[in-house]
Design a protein around this ligand. Structure first.
Ligand code: COA
Length: 264
């Protein structure tokens, strides 16, 4: 498959770095990028030479600034649901991959960006990282798994606060609330990330894999498909509503949205 939106590099240690490369739109995820991620992650899952996978974003500014709002804004209910389902296919590949996955969050990780990060086994952050679930400011809900996975990182009350308010969390706070395992200076960020990834890559592959399988199983990936599908359906139903059209239209037009309340 030709990759228009991703860079893929494998180091001699067996660490594969997958970089989202849509710098002009802060690495926002459109359908094409999600399809490419699906292909690249499926292949990495099978490739025995890949020991650890690192997901990151191109450029100085962003990891992933969310799903592509310009692409999403005119979607129908069925298209919105399908888009969330595609996002879930990608997040499940990260979460269930038979090898460790690390999110190297080098800048904005908003909406689908935080959701890709929390689908990885753990997150390391540059001091420039900012996390958040701003979907409510666009008239929608998170659609790539945050209603399920964010609370595993930060606990249910904090996950609710973040999803209800849409507020952004800087690197230090992300560390304090358990979202990021480490915060490293921007200049050393990839070096430190790769050092840790290489340390994992040197361990017994079987032992690391078995640990991941058990920890996933014990932390309720049971019912994963049902829960993610409920989220995708709820996400999709908001498409075409007044608040979704207004929220996303306002982002694209660079103005404040005027939400209508419970009417759609
Ligand atoms: N989808 C589509 N385009 C996006 C995007 C997204 N999620 N995030 C950023 N972009 C685009 C902007 O529209 C802008 O394009 P333009 O140069 O053609 O105007 C470009 O990326 C740069 O973004 P800009 O907003 O000018 O940068 P900033 O430094 O002022 O703000 C952010 C950075 C991340 C705070 C801001 O871009 C933002 O809020 N993005 C949306 C985040 C979001 O709501 N994500 C969840 C989606 S469900």
């Amino acid at each position: 498959m030709t990759l228009n939106n991703l860079k893929v590099e494998t180091l001699p240690s067996g660490v594969r770095v997958v970089t989202i490369a849509r710098e002009k739109v802060l690495n926002a995820l459109n359908s094409e990028t999600l399809q490419e991620l699906k292909a690249v992650l499926s292949e990495a899952a099978k490739d025995e030479t890949v020991r650890v996978l690192v997901l990151t974003g191109a450029g100085e500014k962003a990891f992933i600034a969310g799903a592509d709002i310009a692409e999403m804004k005119d979607k129908s209910v069925a298209e919105g649901t399908g888009f969330a389902q595609l996002g879930h296919e990608v997040t499940k590949l990260l979460e269930l991959m038979p090898k460790p996955t690390i999110a190297a969050v080098n800048g904005f990780a908003l909406g689908g960006g935080t959701e890709m990060a929390i689908a990885c086994d753990f997150i390391v952050a540059s001091e420039k990282a900012q996390f958040g679930q701003p979907e409510v400011s666009l008239g929608i809900i998170p659609g790539f798994g945050a209603t399920l996975r964010l609370s595993k990182f930060v606990g249910l009350p904090r996950a609710k606060e973040l999803i209800f308010s849409g507020r952004r969390v800087k690197a230090d706070e992300a560390y304090a609330i358990g979202l990021a395992n480490h915060v490293w200076p921007a200049e050393q960020f990839m070096e430190k990330t790769l050092e840790l990834a290489q340390q994992i890559a040197q361990q017994s592959r079987t032992a690391v894999l078995k640990s991941k399988e058990l920890m996933n199983e014990f932390s309720e990936t049971v019912g994963l498909n049902y829960k993610l599908d409920s989220e995708a359906q709820a996400f999709g139903r908001l498409f075409g509503s007044h608040d979704q059209r207004e929220g996303m239209g306002a982002f694209v037009d660079k103005r404040k949205p005027q939400f209508q309340g419970l009417k759609s």
